[in-house]
Design a protein around this ligand. Structure first.
Ligand code: PLP
Length: 387
């Protein structure tokens, strides 16, 4: 079956945050939306059909997470990631940030320190501070645009008392898919210091064809303290359905997670999210493979255009997903002027790098999850403005 990612779809009237929150975010709605992490593509046909089918049944009352949903996820993890997940390890939650917050609260107490690795997805900061935990930074190291983890400084964070790391794998926004060597070193450090790791792998299905996502849990021993967070939302563009899954194989960790999910009332099942996720995980492979090829093509096109026509903007091509991390430091502006340049001169809405914490200054995050002609139009606008 052919999937058409070039087909433009008008999102007006669908209450899309990407469109309707532009004035709030950028001070004007007159920007092309290349921000927030969703795509301007239709969900896979199998998902749309499953939703239509569920909608035909006219009762939308209280719903259970069915075993068939868990089995679809188990099959998906085995097929796509060589990851063996058991039914017992799975805790469904309504929302990814909700899942992260519940996991954090399950393994820490108020006032405890939580390590994050900026520049990183801003939701990590809020999820940590909103529940009264303290943020500790283990900034990524950057050399020639390539990001790595600073294990020496991470060890110091743990010696200073932090007991949990919120890992982003693949990393939003820098686009790294952490390698087996890096994850192994991380696990060894965690073992030495009894560090728990909450591994946010919501971009894991989106590793591009030249990279391989390795779920942290596949490298772990049974005594490692790991909670993984996965979701169909980024992979299949189902963010609005807000379904995610916590996976904790150690019994006492899982019990703590279940208690917290229950206490925070995060276990309410949405019948539409269930129908969509089950269809995606059991029939979405071909669509996702086609999407990944399309995104890799767009990523390479952007990299080439920047290299040949816009050398002031540097790009280390992402290893996963549709979020590109543009190094704009050579433009020589401060962050306020940089944002203004994109908004007012290019008429583009990108996420400013400073929203991702330390290390984000001078960068912009560009969402290329859109028909290629829209991305090319954005590059034209940048080129004209820089020129
Ligand atoms: C790494 C990461 N985790 C969590 C989230 C939040 O997901 P949701 O908005 O579906 O809760 C995002 C959204 O961009 C993300 O990039």
């Amino acid at each position: 079956m052919k999937f058409d990612f070039d087909q433009p779809i008008d999102r007006h009237g669908s209450h899309a945050t990407k469109l309707d929150a532009r004035a709030q975010k950028f001070g004007t709605a007159d920007v092309a939306p290349l921000w927030i992490a969703d795509m301007d593509f239709a969900a896979p046909p199998c998902v749309v059909e499953a939703l239509q089918e569920r909608a035909r049944h006219p009762i939308y009352g209280y719903t259970q997470y069915p075993a068939s949903l868990l089995d679809a996820l188990i099959g998906w993890c085995a097929r796509r990631h060589r990851w063996t997940v058991t039914r017992e390890a799975i805790v469904p939650v309504n929302g990814v940030l909700a899942a992260l917050s519940a996991a954090l609260q399950a393994v820490t107490s108020p006032g405890d320190a939580v390590i994050v690795q900026p520049p990183v997805y801003g939701g990590f900061f809020h999820a940590t501070s909103a529940c009264g935990r303290k943020l500790v930074f283990n900034p990524l190291l950057e050399r020639d645009g390539r990001y790595t983890m600073d294990f020496a400084q991470l060890g110091q964070c743990v010696k200073d008392g932090a007991r949990v790391l919120l890992l982003c794998n693949p990393h939003n926004p820098v686009g790294r898919v952490w390698s087996e060597a890096e994850l192994t070193e991380l696990l060894q450090l965690a073992r030495r210091h009894e560090l728990a790791i909450i591994s946010d792998e919501v971009h894991g299905d989106l590793a591009l064809p030249d990279a391989r996502h390795i779920p942290l849990a596949t490298l772990a021993r049974t005594d490692d303290r790991i909670i993984s967070v996965v979701s169909p939302s980024k992979s299949f563009n189902l963010q609005g359905l807000a379904l995610s899954v916590l996976v904790a194989s150690r019994a006492e960790l899982r019990a703590a997670v279940v208690r917290k999910v229950d206490e925070l009332h995060l276990d309410g099942a949405n019948p539409f999210a269930i129908a969509a996720a089950e269809a995606a995980w059991s029939q979405g492979d071909a669509w996702l493979d086609t999407l990944l090829g399309y995104l890799a093509g767009t990523r390479d096109l952007v990299a080439e255009r920047l290299r040949t026509q816009l050398p002031a903007l540097r790009l280390q091509p992402a290893e996963a997903g549709y979020l590109l991390w543009l190094d704009c430091r050579a433009l020589g502006t401060d962050d306020h002027a940089l944002r203004d340049f994109f908004v007012h001169h290019c008429k583009l809405g990108l996420n400013p790098g400073i929203d991702f914490g330390p290390g984000g200054s001078g960068f912009m995050r560009m969402n290329i999850g859109a028909p290629r002609r829209n991305v090319e139009a954005a590059l034209d606008a940048i080129e004209a403005a820089v020129g």
